[in-house]
Design a protein around this ligand. Structure first.
Ligand code: SAM
Ligand code: DTB
Ligand code: SF4
Length: 364
């Protein structure tokens, strides 16, 4: 029987988050060592396969069309381009490619077929493939699984309460439903969130309750520090302190002992000492490559130096779970259904999102 605890409450988690730091670090590191090799860190490379022009209003996101940010938008990448980038990532030590698209949700059709071909192509390079494409239906999750997808990333981003202060164009329950759709397949779940959006420690604990009470818990949990991008509603947020990041990582490790905890966006603002503390506290995954989706990330060579300095080794692919088989499009059991799911549109008003939209109208 699994010894993983699932009935976490916000009070339990807040009490852990607020422990004296030395106790918190010790507890997290002890649990980390019981479940993982503390000197191995999984390395993923992000690839923005479709950039910008997104219809959603996520207050943190430079890719939302309604805000005025200076990112360069792009149509869906070709399979050949993706393959070349995946090979580069592999040669620089990444075991996983995570492809992100600035979509609200996946729509059946040529573009999704092209993404499925990207998944097949990367799986055949013997790398783990992850996608983050917005909301997906159960049938779309099965089609991704058949193509050989290893993980699907869909973040809860914050607590259910604070989420409403950041996004108005889709509901928290839709996020949970997408995660549930992924769970109906063999694809592993990657879901986490962002700190530094103005939320309180209670919201951080609330997000961890939502994740840790899932059964099974997500196989990976990315912890992002907000990258405050000019033109987004959250442009003026103060950078999150390293102490908050360490506390968040340690608490995540304690409540989800088997999960890979990923130190995600925000590493350019963190010192090596700060990152080392996060690895000690249980982070065992990073995004590598000089770009996240649209914002900067440390150079690969700097990360390699850091790994050497700390005696860390990159994790080999398919250590935690077997490589999925790829079913070719012609042999697929799951065809496009052309569904038009009724994802919710809460559409309440968030003042700072409205202001950023009005400002963008003037500037565009
Ligand atoms: N469009 C899809 C979606 O939202 O599900 C996939 C891509 S979206 C960019 C993936 C995740 O990136 C978001 O859920 C959010 O957690 C993270 N993210 C986006 N912008 C960020 C920022 N400025 N700082 C930190 N994390 C960010
Ligand atoms: C996740 O949790 N963080 C990554 C990945 N999943 C897709 C994305 C971070 C994006 C940071 C802002 C940008 O580069 O656009
Ligand atoms: Fe679109 Fe995803 Fe950015 Fe939200 S986070 S605006 S859904 S790309």
């Amino acid at each position: 029987m699994s010894e993983i605890k699932h009935n976490w409450t916000k009070e339990d988690i807040l009490a852990i988050y607020n422990k004296p730091l030395m106790d918190l670090l010790f507890d997290a590191a002890t649990i980390h060592r019981k479940h993982h090799d503390p000197n191995t860190v999984q390395v993923s490379t992000l690839l923005s396969i479709k950039t910008g022009g997104c219809p959603e209003d996520c207050g943190y996101c430079p890719q939302a069309a309604r805000y005025h940010t200076d990112i360069e938008g792009n149509d869906l990448m070709t399979v050949q381009h993706v393959k070349a980038q995946a090979l580069r990532a592999k040669s620089s030590g990444s075991s996983r490619v995570c492809m992100g698209a600035a979509w609200r949700n996946v729509k059946d059709g040529e573009e999704f077929d092209q993404v499925l071909e990207m998944v097949r192509t990367i799986n055949k390079l013997d790398m783990e493939v992850c996608c983050t494409l917005g909301m997906i239906t159960e049938n779309q999750a099965h089609r991704l699984a058949e193509a050989g997808l290893y993980a699907y990333n869909h973040n809860l981003d914050s607590s259910e309460e604070y989420y409403k202060e950041v996004i108005s164009t889709r509901g928290y329950e839709d996020r949970l439903e997408t995660i549930d759709n992924v769970r109906k397949t063999n694809v592993t779940v990657c879901s986490g969130g962002i700190i530094g959006m103005g939320e309180k420690p209670e919201d951080r604990a609330g997000m961890l309750v939502a994740l840790a009470t899932l059964n099974p818990q997500p196989e990976s949990v990315p912890i992002n520090a907000l990258v405050a991008v000019e033109g987004t509603p959250l442009e003026d947020q103060k950078p999150v302190s390293i102490w908050d990041m360490v506390r968040m990582v340690a608490t995540t490790r304690i409540v989800m002992p088997e999960t890979q905890v990923r130190l995600s966006a925000g590493r350019t603002e963190m010192s090596r000492e700060g990152q080392a503390m996060c690895f000690f506290a249980g982070a065992n995954s990073i995004f590598a490559g000089d770009k996240l989706l649209t914002t900067p990330n440390p150079d690969v060579s700097e990360d390699m130096e850091m790994f050497k300095l700390l005696g860390l080794n990159p994790q080999k692919p398919f250590i935690k779970k077997m490589q999925p088989e790829t079913v070719e499009a012609t042999d697929s059991k799951y065809q496009a259904l052309g569904e038009k799911p009724k994802w919710t549109r809460p559409d309440h008003k968030i003042d700072r999102n409205e202001e950023a939209k009005q400002k963008a109208k003037v500037l565009k």
